[in-house]
Write a protein that binds this ligand. Structure first.
Ligand SMILES: Cc1cc2nc3c(=O)[nH]c(=O)nc-3n(C[C@H](O)[C@H](O)[C@H](O)COP(=O)(O)OP(=O)(O)OC[C@H]3O[C@@H](n4cnc5c(N)ncnc54)[C@H](O)[C@@H]3O)c2cc1C
Ligand code: FES
Length: 283
């Protein structure tokens, strides 16, 4: 390690020191997922990029990483979409506006939006993978003149599990967005497509050399989406993916998130596919 990279005790303490933030809004997204709008002291901006995450703590309970779901273009507060998974998320679910929580971050590399500018942007989001991808989608929507076509492929277990349904309805009717959605299994009232997310890819109208893709979803999805994109002719160079690993510190100190030489909390969670395609463990 370069000596100049060593942190002083004070700097290290800062990395671990949460800022006291306040939950401003809580909305149920589905049976398992809940939306939170969070404000930092004085309405200060989080200063994140799409794809980055925060470490959220509830005092006396614990801390866990969550992707920022809002675009950096949303000012004064930021948004999260949280699935009920265990102890912390269970307690979070019972919180109301006004609750104080700890926030560290933003952490991780996020999406290098400069590399996407001027290009058509293809987002492939499975299940809760829509939460971080929504940040990028809304970033593109709010900076429409800087990007080409926006193509969204979203897959969910069922129509009851679809997240941010008000926004999905807007994307569906927005003529500047090529929006596709499918569910593994539809309820009686579902009129849309059924089938796994990869069934959406063959029908996409892509300008391949000018399209960059970002994928985020459950671990099982990546291999099959990659195969579909390859058979469509998309080059590895144009593929980015956001990976999720168990994390503790979020700042490259504990090693919990390590895949071979890479710390997902720092080198990721967004990876350029050519950089990780040799890591069998990653995909
Ligand atoms: C970068 C990043 C971004 C994320 N973004 C989001 C997001 O936007 N929204 C969201 O809902 N979640 C997100 N997650 C996942 C989220 O961090 C976890 O769901 C959260 O930590 C759960 O905390 P908990 O205390 O509620 O659950 P836990 O009590 O930690 O349990 C969660 C589940 O994991 C199992 N488990 C616990 N410990 C282990 C272990 N050591 N090994 C294997 N399994 C274990 C439990 O049995 C349970 O099924 C993200 C994770 C990462 C790394
Ligand atoms: S979570 Fe500690 S090193 Fe990545």
């Amino acid at each position: 390690m370069n000596l100049s990279e060593l942190k002083t005790p004070a700097e290290l303490e800062d990395l671990y020191h949460p800022v006291m933030a306040e939950i401003k809004e809580v909305k149920r997204l589905s049976a398992m997922e809940t939306y939170y709008r969070v404000e930092l002291p004085g309405g200060e901006d989080l200063g994140h990029m799409p794809g980055q995450f925060v470490e959220l703590s509830i005092f006396g309970v614990g801390e866990a990483p969550f992707s920022v779901s809002s675009s950096p273009t949303l000012k004064g507060s930021f948004e999260l979409g949280v699935r009920r998974a265990g102890m912390l998320t269970d307690v979070l679910l019972r919180q109301q506006p006004g609750t104080k929580i700890g926030i560290r971050g933003p952490f991780g590399n996020g999406i290098d939006v400069e590399k996407f500018k001027g290009k058509d942007v293809l987002i492939v989001a499975g299940g809760i993978g829509l939460v971080p991808m929504r940040s990028m989608i809304n970033y593109v929507i709010d900076n429409r003149d800087q990007f080409g076509k926006l193509i969204i492929c979203y897959g969910s277990k069922s129509d009851q599990d679809l997240l941010f349904t008000d926004e999905l309805a807007q994307w569906e009717t927005d003529p500047s967005i090529d929006y596709h959605v499918t569910v593994d299994q539809g309820s009686g009232s579902w009129k849309g497509k059924t089938g796994v997310i990869t069934t959406l890819i063959p029908g996409l109208d892509l300008d391949l050399p000018n399209t960059v893709c970002c994928i985020c979803g459950p671990p099982i999805m990546y291999r099959f989406v990659l195969l579909s994109l390859k058979s469509k002719g998309m080059s590895d160079e144009n593929i980015y993916m956001s990976l999720e690993r168990r994390m503790k510190c979020g700042v490259g100190k504990c090693g919990h998130c390590q895949i071979n030489h890479s710390y997902v909390c720092q080198d990721g969670p967004v990876y350029h596919y050519p950089d990780i395609k040799s890591l069998q463990e990653a995909l």
